[in-house]
Design a protein around this ligand. Structure first.
Ligand code: TPP
Ligand code: MG
Length: 344
């Protein structure tokens, strides 16, 4: 019986580079800007959730920003990303706007899902976000489906699936890996391992800490990386995307990171018996944004005052988005039954 060729590992070269060497100065500033935008937007969203002005469930991405920034900057606008219940970062980094995001959080008609989806159903097809979905692991087959369509259309586009460590425990993850491998689909699997699936730690769900081996049985090149190091994420993502775009098929990245707040909502949750305060503090000390900040300062690519000015600019954009959302109308009652099925 004839098997396919041996797998080519797109990540071999990545390991050879020192952390910053393959990421130019402009891009480093862009990565910083994107992460900061996600951070400030979510801190604001957390306040709005606390006061209940945001009524939908919000799964905050605080602490994980390096993954979406590093991956999305390796993509073209038309490349598709499929997100999850925790996708504010994916949406903003792929090009979604603050106004449609905040309007969606407030359930307004000007939101990116016309106020019907809330935090977990973010969409903007103009920048490659066909829709995020809170069904755990659903982003995985959807990205593979888009990748299959891209391959059949020969449009040269790549699809990315973002998903959590918990999603790798769903059957559809493994089913999709088989098909993606056998059909050499142009898809990149980005597993954001934040070590928890809601309240359950990874160590209680898995015999060994070996998520990065997930691709091996399917001959999908896989790597474990520091998901809090945005430059590392970007370099690996670029290799994975190039691999996919050149027709060599899928790859899998385990990005090790941590969500700072609780599973859902703005609370910190370090006194519920789920995780220890020291564990959270250890990860707070490994803040992906502060890490890049220090590198930018050391390389003299930005000064403290540039960073302050940037933070102010981002905060102004967020307040503008919130004002826009507040002024926007709720969806009209007579549109209640629309946008459910395809309208011809
Ligand atoms: C199929 C399915 N099962 C269960 C749930 C409930 N649920 C929502 S999020 C979640 C945990 C997901 O954990 P993980 O994939 O690690 O993502 P994270 O929340 O850590 O980002 C669960 C069990 C769901 N939404 N979908
Ligand atoms: Mg998780």
């Amino acid at each position: 019986m004839l098997f396919h060729d041996e797998m080519i590992d797109p990540f071999q070269a990545c390991q050879a580079f020192a952390s910053a060497s393959a990421v130019d100065a402009d891009l480093q500033v862009r990565l910083y800007t994107l992460m900061l935008k996600c951070r400030r937007a979510e801190e604001r969203a957390a306040e709005l959730a606390e006061t209940r002005e945001v009524g939908c469930p919000v799964h905050l991405y605080l602490g994980q920003e390096a993954v979406s920034a590093g991956v999305c900057t390796a993509l073209k606008t038309e490349d598709q990303v499929f997100g999850t219940h925790r996708s504010h970062g994916h949406f903003l980094c792929k090009g979604g706007g603050l106004r449609p995001l905040f309007a969606e959080l407030l359930g307004k008609a000007t939101g990116c899902a016309r106020g019907r989806g809330g935090s977990m159903h973010l969409i903007d097809t103009s920048c490659g976000i066909p829709g995020t979905t809170p069904i755990v692991a659903a982003s995985i087959p959807m990205a593979a489906g888009a990748a299959l369509a891209n391959k059949m259309k020969k449009n040269g586009l790549v699809a990315v699936a973002f998903f959590g460590d918990g999603a790798t425990e769903e059957g559809v993850f493994h089913e999709t890996m088989v098909m993606a491998a056998i059909w050499d689909l142009p898809v990149v699997f980005i597993c954001e391992n934040n070590f928890y699936a809601s309240h359950l730690p990874l160590k209680d769900r898995r015999k060994r800490d070996n998520l990065a081996d997930a691709g091996k049985p399917y001959s999908i090149p896989s790597a474990r990386i520091d998901g809090n190091n945005v430059l590392e994420v970007h370099r690996y993502a670029r290799a994975a995307v190039e691999h996919a775009r050149s027709g060599r098929g899928p790859s899998f990245l385990e990005c090790r990171t941590y969500r700072w707040r609780g599973h859902v909502g703005p609370a910190w949750e370090w006194n519920l018996g789920i995780r220890k305060r020291e564990e959270v503090e250890e990860w707070l000390a490994r803040c992906p944004i502060r890490a890049l900040e220090q590198q930018l300062l050391a390389q003299k690519l930005m000064r403290e005052e540039d960073m302050t000015a940037l933070r102010q600019k981002i905060d102004e954009e967020i307040e503008d988005a919130l004002a826009f959302a507040r002024q926007s109308p709720y969806p009209a009652m007579d549109t209640l039954l629309r946008h459910v099925y395809v309208e011809r």
